[in-house]
Ligand binder design. Sequence first.
Ligand SMILES: NC(=O)C1=CN([C@@H]2O[C@H](COP(=O)(O)OP(=O)(O)OC[C@H]3O[C@@H](n4cnc5c(N)ncnc54)[C@H](O)[C@@H]3O)[C@@H](O)[C@H]2O)[C@@H](O)CC1
Length: 201
Amino acid sequence: MEKVGNKSILVICGPGNNGGDGLVCARHLKVLGYKPVIYYPVRTEKQLYNSLTTQCTNMAVPFLQMLPELSTVECTFALIVDAVFGFSSFKPPVTEAFVARIDLMKKATVPVVSIDLPSGWHVDNGEPEERSGLLPEMLISLMCPKRGALDFRGIYHYLGGRFVPAALEEKFEMNLPEYPGTDCCVLISCDCEDEEHQKEH
Ligand SMILES: NC(=O)C1=CN([C@@H]2O[C@H](COP(=O)(O)OP(=O)(O)OC[C@H]3O[C@@H](n4cnc5c(N)ncnc54)[C@H](O)[C@@H]3O)[C@@H](O)[C@H]2O)[C@@H](O)CC1
């Protein structure tokens, strides 16, 4: 995150719960002193999402009306948060209306952080068969890594969600890693030569 500097962070939100995670992520980024900017064109009328949107608006997090051009993304943003689709209600392939968002993230040289699963991937089968899927630099799995995340070829894979009851973990043989200290996330793989970063986690 130290590489973000003074640049903004583009948070691209989808229509379901993964998009809701994106709104929460934007709010936290703002609280932590970063400059998130949200693109959230397809909204639901559910109260939860209205509230999350209101919280971001009240915290002066800007909402974009249009998906920015690739050239704008390259010069304005230091990071893209992919909160378009996760798993569960999402069933690949991505429909036409969402292709531009996924393509933008695929083409951008700006690093992408995907929430729970890279958008467009299948929860069990992972990256689309033709291996033309989104390849984020970082993946933050929630609760437990999904089987499809085995296809992840980025650098950092974190697990977030120190909330799984022990009985549930045992019942489903999740074998979750230990969370260090009081941290709510844990680095579960790091394909990097940054020894300091690895030692820290
Ligand atoms: N299920 C849970 O217990 C939790 C889920 N969470 C988040 O919720 C995500 C799952 O949320 P959802 O089940 O709402 O699923 P998603 O948010 O992945 O997607 C659902 C939306 O995508 C649309 N959709 C489905 N298939 C599509 C396609 N092929 N092309 C275009 N649109 C399509 C659906 O109509 C729906 O609007 C997780 O990945 C995670 O990020 C977390 O907030 C933690 C708890």
